[in-house]
Design a protein around this ligand. Structure first.
Ligand code: AMP
Length: 190
């Protein structure tokens, strides 16, 4: 099993790189953002609750997010490993993930954090917003809020895994294949 956390601010290329890692390592990609968008698309109670936070660029409460993530992991036990994308976003979520994996005799192997400048993030998200259909990709104020939330609530998760030497900072500016090469070097070393 290889269990990875793909980390970094919104718009840092986590989804793009996750798809490439899935192709090479056959891991299950779990994106909490994608799971929320699926629920919102189906107007489920979970989707409706999540929507009120997502459209403001705020985090969905841990109680909701952790339960949803746990269901997804529990429903897919026979995999070569997991890529967690957009989760954990709080220390509380990181502790919940560690506990969930420990119950299965598993652990996070590495957290790979894509480093991208703020200016580039806003540019990338607004560009993605032209085709993503995501309301939270089309409003500069919401994007800024997502970046602030990342800095205040999410970035401590890097330090949390760094204590056990699992966090790696990866240059996330440049060509997609070049960035993949940097990630791949870390993953193939596990
Ligand atoms: P993403 O697709 O990862 O950019 O996530 C889109 C939005 O979904 C975020 O701005 C949050 O509102 C919500 N979201 C996704 N993952 C989480 C999480 N792990 N914890 C809380 N909220 C989340």
């Amino acid at each position: 099993m290889i269990n990875l956390i793909l980390f970094g601010p919104p718009g840092s290329g986590k989804g793009t790189q996750a798809a490439k890692l899935v192709e090479k390592y056959n891991l299950l990609h779990i994106s909490t953002g994608d799971l929320f968008r699926y629920e919102m698309g189906n107007n489920t109670p979970l989707g409706l609750e999540a929507k009120s936070y997502i459209e403001k660029g705020q985090l969905v409460p841990d109680s909701v997010t952790i339960g949803m993530l746990k269901n997804k992991v529990d429903a897919n036990p026979d995999v070569a490993g997991y890529i967690f994308d957009g989760f954990p976003r709080t220390i509380n979520q990181a502790e919940a993930l560690d506990n969930l994996l420990a119950e299965k005799d598993l652990a996070v192997d590495k957290l790979l954090s894509l480093k991208v400048e703020d200016e580039e993030i806003v540019k990338r998200i607004l560009h993605r917003g032209k085709t993503s259909g995501r309301a939270d990709d089309n409003d500069a104020e919401i994007i800024q809020n997502r970046i602030n939330v990342y800095k205040q609530e999410t970035s401590p998760v890097f330090d949390y895994y760094n204590k056990s030497g699992k966090s790696m900072l990866i240059e996330g500016m440049g060509d997609i294949d070049e960035i993949f090469g940097r990630l791949d070097a870390e993953v193939s070393a596990i």
